[in-house]
Structures are given as structure tokens and as C-alpha cells.
Design a protein around this ligand. Structure first.
Ligand code: MN
Ligand code: MN
Length: 300
């Protein structure tokens, strides 16, 4: 059975997914909270990592999306396995380090862990932001290709801050798309998988695309689906996504992980990799190797 997995190919795609996520975050952050027409009148088409934005970032600096993903990856490596407390501890240390940005729902959940040791937020119909989906990539890498482990890790990390059926559905679907893309699935297969999500949760229907790219996980995923399935390259997918504006660092991060997994390392524009924070890039390279080596596919 294991002969069907090409581990060199999977490692390349995993690395591209993680770097792609950071690229999308660093690229999109410049235009976060702008409208598509504001971006168009200021930049024409926005296409370079230049920093700035409402967070006044350095070029190549990443935000909470990448930082929280790194928290999850570090916890897995440090504990040599899945440790929800380890993840929550890293989120807590990160929040105390006064990060450049942190969403309200994430902050609320991490505070509840700090104050009460709470690892699972109570179910909340309003906590349908994209904060759980944006950071799940290390859980997807470490569970590859086991679907039950994927669901366990993805949902446990999500519920530290976001306990909501729509967020859960988005997280599981995104994790499964990542697993499929990392193993070399075609886009038609990925599209079919999203159709399954839309059948169960019609709210995720993205055709016709409404153009909303807010932090509501439904708007976020519709934007990612629209531009990922329409784009012909990693670069096209990312540029389409972030030029939608709104929560552009997070739509960028999610589209970046998916497009990175799908197109692989060769497709990542060199000009974007060069601009990325070099410490973040170095940590991602090492972390990805370790997560894949420790995953079921790495141990086969
Ligand atoms: Mn962010
Ligand atoms: Mn964001």
C-alpha cells in the first residue's frame, strides 16, 4: 500500500504549502481591510510583498496566521506527538509576547485557557471566524494521510478558540483538501470534494462568487475556492485572492497553503520567497521536514 506515496513529492508539496501559507499572509497583510476597488485604485493589481498595511509591517513580516500555525508545529515537535495542552501553552506564550495582531475569538479562547485551563471553548453560533482554519496546516501535515487523525487534530486545535459547526466543517474540508493535494490529487478531484461540502453546508456555495472576503469563515473559504479553482498557477491563485482585500492576509494564507500543496515548490515565485522573513522561512523548512517525518506517511 505504501508504494502509492511518493515521499519526495510529498515533502516538496508540504514545504511549498507551509511557505505558501507564510507568503499569502505576508502578501495579503498589506491590503488587509481594504476593499477590492481601493486596492485597484492604489496599486492597479497588487502583486508584491512590501509590508506596511494597517499593521505597519516590515516587508516579509508575517502575522498571527503564520505565528499560530508555528505554535502548533512547535508543540508537536517538542512533545514528539500530538499534545493539545502543548498547543494551548504555545498559544498562551504567544499571546503574552504581544503579537502584532490577534483576533478577538482567538484572544478570548486563549485567555480562558490561561485563566481556567479550558481547552475547549463552549459551542457558540457566532464564533464562525476563520481563526481556526488559518492555522491548521501543521495538524494536516502531522496526520498525513490518516483521515481520522486529521479530524481529531484539526478539530481539537480549533476548539481551543472556535467551537462552531460551520468553522468545523471548513476546517475538516480544508484539511482534507490539503491531504489530497499533498498526495498529488488533480484539481477536478479537489473541486468534487468541495462540492461535497457545499451539498452538506450550502452556505459555502461559491458559484457565482459574491466577492466577499471577510473574516467570516464562509466568506473566507468562498474566496479561496473561487480563486484557487480559477487560477492557473500558484501566483495567479494568490494574486486573485489578496486583491479581493478584506481579510486578505488570512484568505492569502489559506489559499497559499492549498495552492502550495497543489503546485509544489517549483511554482513558488522566487521574488516572494526572497522577501519572506528569513527566520520564519528557516523555521518552516525544518518544521515541515520534522512533521512529515513523524507523520504516518513518514513512518510507513
Ligand atoms: Mn493575520
Ligand atoms: Mn487576517
Amino acid at each position: 500500500m505504501f508504494h502509492q506515496y511518493n515521499r519526495d513529492d510529498i515533502r516538496d508539496r508540504a514545504r511549498a504549502a507551509f511557505i505558501g501559507m507564510a507568503i499569502g499572509d505576508a502578501l495579503g497583510a498589506t491590503v488587509e481591510f481594504m476593499t477590492a476597488s481601493e486596492i485597484a485604485s492604489k496599486y492597479g493589481t497588487f502583486r508584491d510583498i512590501i509590508g506596511g498595511g494597517w499593521l505597519r509591517l516590515k516587508p516579509g513580516q508575517v502575522t498571527d496566521d503564520t505565528e499560530m500555525a508555528l505554535c502548533i508545529g512547535r508543540a508537536i515537535i517538542k512533545n514528539q506527538g500530538w499534545s493539545l495542552e502543548g498547543v494551548a501553552d504555545n498559544f498562551a506564550a504567544w499571546l503574552k509576547s504581544r503579537p502584532v495582531d490577534c483576533g478577538d475569538t482567538c484572544r478570548k479562547g486563549i485567555r480562558a485557557y490561561l485563566l481556567q485551563g479550558r481547552l475547549e471553548a463552549p459551542p457558540n453560533e457566532w464564533d464562525a471566524g476563520n481563526g481556526a482554519a488559518m492555522r491548521l496546516l501543521p495538524a494536516a501535515l502531522f496526520s498525513l494521510p490518516d483521515d481520522l487523525l486529521l479530524k481529531k487534530y484539526v478539530i481539537e486545535q480549533a476548539h481551543i478558540t472556535h467551537n462552531n459547526p460551520v468553522s468545523d466543517a471548513a476546517c475538516i474540508c480544508l484539511g482534507q483538501l490539503l491531504h489530497m493535494a499533498l498526495c498529488g490529487a488533480e484539481k477536478s478531484r479537489l473541486r468534487q470534494h468541495v462540492e461535497g461540502l457545499v451539498a452538506r453546508f450550502p452556505t459555502f456555495n461559491y458559484t457565482p462568487y459574491r466577492g466577499l472576503a471577510t473574516g467570516y469563515v464562509v466568506d473566507t473559504m468562498q474566496t479561496v475556492f473561487h480563486w484557487f479553482f480559477r487560477g492557473k498557477s500558484f501566483e495567479e491563485c494568490l494574486i486573485g485572492t489578496v486583491n479581493q482585500g478584506a481579510d486578505a492576509d488570512t484568505t492569502g494564507a489559506i489559499c497559499g497553503m492549498l495552492a502550495g500543496a497543489y503546485y509544489g515548490g517549483e511554482a513558488l515565485p522566487k521574488r516572494w520567497i526572497k522577501k519572506l522573513d528569513s527566520a520564519v522561512l528557516a523555521e518552516i523548512e525544518v518544521m515541515t521536514e520534522k512533521l512529515i517525518a513523524a507523520s504516518p506517511v513518514g513512518r510507513m
